[in-house]
Design a protein around this ligand. Sequence first.
Ligand code: ZN
Length: 268
Amino acid sequence: MIFKEGIIQNSLYNTAISLGIKPNTIIDFARLYGFQVDFQRDIWKGDTFQIIYEQFENEDGSLIENGDIIFSNLNIQGKDLNLYKFELGKNKIDYFDENGKSMKKTLMKTPINGARLSSPFGKRKHPILGFTKMHAGTDFAAPTGTPIMASGDGVVTRAQWCGGGGNCVKIKHNSVYQTVYAHMSKFGRGIKKGVRVKQGQIIGYVGSTGLSTGPHLHYEVIENGRKINSQKLKLPSGKTLKGKQRNKFEVNKIKIDVLKSELIAGLN
Ligand SMILES: [Zn+2]
């Protein structure tokens, strides 16, 4: 069990890397908070995080792999966002806050980690075409090759060249929601039309293909056929554990809190 805590300097990603946290664990962490946190606008310098995760090692101490995140906290401007791992059933884990409420939502606000929101939804002067045009998506500037995640479970309905959008992916989540991801440098492994994807799965990588002035992700959310502002997306909040499961969760939460104090005590 590994405990790390850090104060965010320039980005969560860079701060976590400097603490020796592996990229996979950082991506898992970002995925947990991707429903409620916009990593560009909500996180300020000086915000802090704590994380407990499993790490499996060989007898000689060499690292085999990182396991699940057990506990995490993101403190944004003095407000704690605690998440506890909980097993709902066989091989079915989820994360809940201290009140037993799931963080999961149908779609993520930010399907990319460590990016900077560079152009919001709304009317703007197009950087290449030069005239004012509705920008029906949200742009996130990020280095070429940054992984892009499926914002929700669904079926890929497009993974091909689409003109101005360059290499783009479109996902149908349900009868109401679809999402589009454009300007990719390349598609994720196995991503093609008809393939089923899980929320958080890597579907492609940031690029600057099509009508684009620099590497970024152009992200669109389509609700009942209309493009809407992904950053203002209001989705029903996740379910809250009740009854027996809630009791089990409370016991589990206490165990995790004890473990956390032990790990913190061990540090000092
Ligand atoms: Zn755009």
